[in-house]
Design a protein around this ligand. Structure first.
Ligand SMILES: C[S@@+](CC[C@H](N)C(=O)[O-])C[C@H]1O[C@@H](n2cnc3c(N)ncnc32)[C@H](O)[C@@H]1O
Length: 307
């Protein structure tokens, strides 16, 4: 039995939405909130999936489609779905080894060894790589995901003595959700890996789409870069066209992004892009620089195409 509302993301992820969940829930279409029921839910930039996990464990649904361009991340979802026992076994081995080291030097050496293995993607099977992903996320500096120009993950060791590596119950509950079937035995949750635009074919007037794209950079260091492809202003403009297309199809669409007005009062970028829709600004506490030392309240924008 899944403990409703208790499932949390299995990794830390830049832009994670756990803190914003109550606000986001308030902004869902009224019918959905009232009936606690969603026909089709689509999340094209799923990341660690805070919103997906919350909705799928608290709302009835017919179909959910999640997607991310990061294939190493999507491999974790697929392993949780298809190979839960093996994944937990591999995670336990990693945890035991890490905690068996008393010296920082040994812990760091292990981190770097697993990071090398992770970057040498085909050197071990995909389940082990999913375990490596979670291990690295819990032991790296600040849960960051950053790749160099060749796509190699390059975040340094986080100096954690005894991090909470993984929660077996959470992973098993997640696996149950990912394996939910309808009365005819069809899978209710579809996991995709690719460009957000590829999801258009699934969208109709009974669909709720939540989009949480990479943030428009809020520091000059471009701290929003998740992978080597980047997501610049042109990409945000393309996304706004996609938003409009989905609206035209009759879907209910909610989008979040960082508010550029946090740093420049007269920056109207999103106000111009989404001028036709409803824009709200909400407060959220965020890490505001890449050194991880600065947390503070900043505004985030929420765009909906419904009231
Ligand atoms: C802000 S994060 C999402 C955070 C998520 N809401 C959470 O709670 O963890 C943005 C995600 O978009 C993904 N992404 C970047 N470009 C993409 C694209 N063109 N299509 C699909 N996903 C993309 C990144 O890999 C990243 O996981």
């Amino acid at each position: 039995m899944i403990e409703v509302g208790k499932i949390k993301p299995f990794i830390k992820w830049a832009g994670g939405k756990t803190e914003l969940l109550p606000v986001l829930e308030q902004q869902l279409p009224k019918e959905i909130r009232k009936n606690k029921e969603i026909d089709t839910y689509i999340e094209p930039f799923v990341g660690a999936g805070a919103v997906f996990i919350y909705l799928s464990s608290n709302y009835k649904f017919n179909r959910i489609i999640i997607n991310d361009i990061n294939y190493k991340l999507i491999n974790v979802y697929k392993s949780i779905k298809n190979n839960c026992n093996e994944l937990i076994y591999d995670l336990e081995q990693l945890k035991k080894e890490y905690l068996s080291y008393e010296e920082d030097e040994d812990k760091k050496e292990m981190y770097l060894r697993i990071r090398d293995e992770f970057n040498n993607w085909k050197s071990v099977n995909k389940i082990k790589q999913a375990a490596n992903f979670i291990f690295i996320n819990k032991t790296c500096f600040n849960g960051l995901y950053r790749e160099n120009s060749k796509g190699g993950y390059n975040v340094p060791w986080g100096q954690h003595k005894s991090p909470s590596m993984y929660d077996e119950i959470q992973i098993r509950n997640m696996s149950k959700i990912l394996n939910t079937k309808d009365n005819e035995g069809n899978e209710k949750v579809i996991i995709c890996c690719g460009e957000y635009k590829d999801l258009e074919k699934y969208v109709d007037e009974n669909t709720l789409v939540y989009m949480d794209p990479p943030y428009r950079p809020i520091t000059k260091s471009g701290f929003t870069s998740y992978n080597k492809s980047g997501f610049n202003d042109d990409a945000q403009i393309e996304l706004a066209k996609f938003y409009e297309k989905l609206s035209y199809k009759g879907a209910k669409v909610m989008l979040s992004n960082s508010d550029p007005k946090n740093y420049q009062e007269d920056d109207e970028f999103f106000d111009d892009l989404y001028g036709k829709f409803n824009i709200q600004r909400v407060s959220v506490s965020r890490m505001i620089n890449s050194k991880g030392t600065g947390r503070g309240k900043v505004k985030e924008i929420l765009v909906t195409n419904y009231k």
